[in-house]
Design a protein around this ligand. Structure first.
Ligand SMILES: NC(=O)c1ccc[n+]([C@@H]2O[C@H](COP(=O)([O-])OP(=O)(O)OC[C@H]3O[C@@H](n4cnc5c(N)ncnc54)[C@H](OP(=O)(O)O)[C@@H]3O)[C@@H](O)[C@H]2O)c1
Length: 255
């Protein structure tokens, strides 16, 4: 059974994996046997994450680039081509949050949130998928959605539009890339304890609301997403395509 989930011999690129959820997914996939490429915005964030996972005995590479910059993304893939690093698994995880009511939100901030949370998955996804298709060995794309892939809350309109888009982009990827044995799926995390949520974790009313709104009655931990990521990255999910799996403590299942 364990061989179904074995990622030995696979290389995974996880965007935004210098910290938070992406870092936990990196450790999880490495524990399952994958070589993992860590990414973040800056070398100063990527290098320590690479060093930490290497010190735990894993096979780790790193590269800082901005996932919204098509030229930088293309340069990263070209460098991996030149080094004969073939990416079998892509997790589009990089994301940002920005809270402001829609009537006060400027176009530049709207665009920045859409670019980082949605357009990046298209930019990085097509570079990875082109190569997976050319190699002919199939592949895995995992996009990180959110509870806001399904429902909205005030002050996060651009993020909600982006994460709703992630759900449908995942389906578009499965429609186009499924014939090449590439499975594209998404994970929808609930409220997870990361830097992104620091202002919410520190807000006693919000903290109480989170704990009372999901059957698990607590925040999720980043490493609680790793099992679903390993499943979607492995042969165990070879006939699962275009789905979004919510890892939310049961949040979306209750009224
Ligand atoms: N936390 C939650 O409750 C939650 C819930 C649902 C969905 N999500 C989603 O899960 C993903 C990870 O969230 P998180 O909470 O782990 O966030 P986080 O702790 O703020 O970490 C975000 C990571 O993304 C990287 N990043 C941001 N913009 C980037 C860019 N333009 N190019 C490359 N890397 C970039 C950051 O790089 P640096 O380290 O260099 O800054 C960092 O490593 C996001 O897509 C988020 O929307 C989170």
């Amino acid at each position: 059974m364990s061989s179904l989930f074995d990622l030995t011999g696979r290389t995974a690129l996880i965007t935004g994996s210098a910290r938070g959820i992406g870092f936990s997914l990196a450790r999880g996939l490495a524990q399952a046997g994958a070589r993992v490429i860590i990414n973040g915005t800056r070398e100063e964030t990527v290098a320590p994450a690479v060093a930490t996972l290497k010190s735990e005995g894993f096979d780790i590479l790193g590269r800082a680039f901005d996932v919204t910059n098509e030229t930088d993304v293309a340069a990263a893939f070209k460098a991996w081509d030149d080094a004969e690093v073939a990416i079998d698994i892509l997790i589009n995880n990089a994301g940002i949050q920005f809270r402001k009511p829609l009537v006060e939100l400027g176009l530049a901030d709207w665009q920045r949130v859409i670019d980082t949370n949605l357009t990046s998955a298209f930019i990085v996804g097509k570079e990875a998928a082109r190569r997976m298709i050319a190699r002919g060995n199939g592949g895995k794309v995992i996009n990180i959605g959110s509870l806001t892939s399904e429902g909205a809350r005030p002050t996060v309109g651009a993020y909600t539009a982006a994460k709703g888009g992630i759900k449908m982009l995942t389906r578009a990827m499965s429609a186009e890339w499924g014939p090449f044995d590439i499975q594209a799926n998404a994970i929808g995390p609930g409220y997870i304890l990361t830097d992104m949520n620091k202002p919410l974790i520190d807000d006693a009313r919000f903290d109480a609301w989170v704990k009372s709104s999901n059957p698990s009655q607590r925040w999720g931990k980043p490493d609680e997403l790793a099992g679903t990521a390993v499943y979607l990255a492995s042969a165990a999910s070879s006939y699962v395509n275009g789905q979004i799996i919510f890892v939310d403590g049961g949040w979306l299942s209750v009224l």
